[in-house]
Ligand binder design. Structure first.
Ligand SMILES: NC(=O)c1ccc[n+]([C@@H]2O[C@H](COP(=O)([O-])OP(=O)(O)OC[C@H]3O[C@@H](n4cnc5c(N)ncnc54)[C@H](O)[C@@H]3O)[C@@H](O)[C@H]2O)c1
Ligand SMILES: O=C(O)C(=O)C[C@@H](O)[C@H](O)[C@H](O)COP(=O)(O)O
Ligand SMILES: [Zn+2]
Length: 369
């Protein structure tokens, strides 16, 4: 069966771009990128796993379009999204003589997209980049919207910039080589979109989720729905003055868990943290009487059906609740020294709350142990 191309525009005036989603897009990357180039050359930033599996296909597509290329392949994993790699990428881009009008290709998952995007944002005060996302997480979420950056031991994504890509090409066929755990973690961000703003999408995922990896049409539909929702939010609130904070559902808890595990992917991946965080956000909402009592059980049941974690007990060796709450203090939604949470009135109906009693947060964490 042929799966047709879905194109989602991200309307940001002079920074507008397209997100193209379909199996097989990598083979057309050269022709898609060529119109963006002043000189026929690009610098590719990737990781070693993606390079081994998919770089030859990208190189062939670029060669076919007469585009010269150089590649930097970094070690895979969240630990790469830090200061040391940033320096390495920037110095490599300078050595490769990427000019102010040049183009960087971020070819990989969210780690490479965030890191290479940030390097592009600060190189010569900003060069353009294209996102070629190769994980489910990166296709449905991180390649779109222009949040770029790196982690600090103090917290997730605390150093970064808004820098929009010039184009996003999401080839869903490359997801076929993902490790099952990485696919599941990416699904954590897919389900987030249903939970935050589209109850019908969540209901569809309850049926389609378990077979998603082996259904190319459903995969494009799931990625496209998330991207469509994200594009709308980003177009209305690019720099998170308001509505964009909804995309942070599950992240106040999830980011604290990631920082607490020292960004050690063996214990917790970002999408797994988001899954646990979404479950906790619904627990907290029900505890505060804001959403129906059955909503958290429905969320937890679907996460379990997908093989995703939903409890703190699922993460080995976590520090105590006071330490987790202290880590939440670095969340970028903190305002006037007070934590803000994305909570829900029901599945598909999230909102930002700035008056959450910390006793309720502590009780939610304790109950999830
Ligand atoms: N900027 C944003 O809006 C945004 C949104 C969500 C998440 N993020 C960030 O994204 C990061 C997580 O991204 P991720 O889950 O993609 O992690 P990742 O980039 O570490 O990729 C996960 C693993 O999959 C491997 N991989 C990638 N593509 C593959 C493929 N096609 N086949 C086989 N293996 C492949 C990688 O080598 C890596 O080991 C986190 O740092 C998170 O903070 C950013
Ligand atoms: O794009 C956004 O906005 C998001 O919140 C998407 C999140 O999935 C992503 O993890 C983002 O990087 C988190 O944002 P942060 O500002 O809390 O770092
Ligand atoms: Zn996220």
């Amino acid at each position: 069966m042929t799966v047709s191309l879905t194109t989602v525009p991200v309307d940001l005036g002079p920074r507008s771009y397209e997100v193209r989603i379909a199996p097989g897009l990598l083979a057309e990357a050269g022709t898609a990128i060529a119109p963006l180039l002043r000189r026929p050359r690009v610098a590719i930033v990737t990781d070693e796993t993606v390079a081994a599996l998919h770089l030859p296909a990208l190189e062939e597509a670029l060669d076919h379009a007469g585009i010269a290329h150089k590649t930097l392949a970094l070690p895979p994993g969240e630990a790469t999204k830090g200061w040391a790699s940033l320096q390495r990428v920037v110095e490599w881009l300078l050595a490769a003589q990427v000019e102010r009008g040049g183009l960087v290709l971020a070819f990989g998952g969210g780690v490479i997209g965030d890191l290479a995007g940030f390097a592009a944002a600060i190189l010569r005060r900003g060069v353009r980049f294209v996102q070629l996302p190769t994980t489910l997480l990166a296709q449905v979420d991180s390649s779109v919207g222009g949040k770029t950056g790196i982690n600090s031991p103090a917290g997730k994504n605390l150093i970064g910039a808004f820098h929009q890509p010039s184009l996003v090409l999401a080839d869903t066929a490359v997801l076929g080589t993902l490790a099952p755990r990485d696919f599941r973690a990416g699904y954590g961000e897919v389900v987030k979109y249903g939970l935050l703003g589209d109850a019908a999408f969540f209901t569809w995922l309850e049926g389609a989720g378990p077979g998603l990896a082996s259904d190319p049409a459903a995969l494009v539909r799931a990625v496209a729905r998330g991207v469509e929702m994200k594009a709308g939010v980003v177009a209305r609130d690019e720099t998170e003055e308001g509505e964009r904070a909804l995309l942070n559902l599950g992240h106040t808890f999830g980011h604290a868990l990631e920082a607490a595990t020292g960004y050690d992917g063996a214990r917790l991946l970002h999408g797994e943290g988001v899954a646990i965080g979404c479950a906790l956000a619904f627990d907290l909402s029900a505890r505060l009487g804001l959403c129906p009592q059955e909503a958290p059980s429905r969320v937890a049941a679907h996460l379990a059906a997908m093989g995703l974690p939903s409890r703190l007990a699922d993460v080995p060796g976590l520090p105590d609740d006071a330490a987790l709450i202290a880590l939440m203090g670095q969340d970028k939604k903190v305002k006037d020294g007070k934590l803000r949470f994305v909570l829900a009135r029901d599945i598909g109906d999230a909102f930002v709350a700035d008056d959450v009693p910390m006793e309720a947060v502590a009780a939610t964490l304790a109950a999830a142990r």
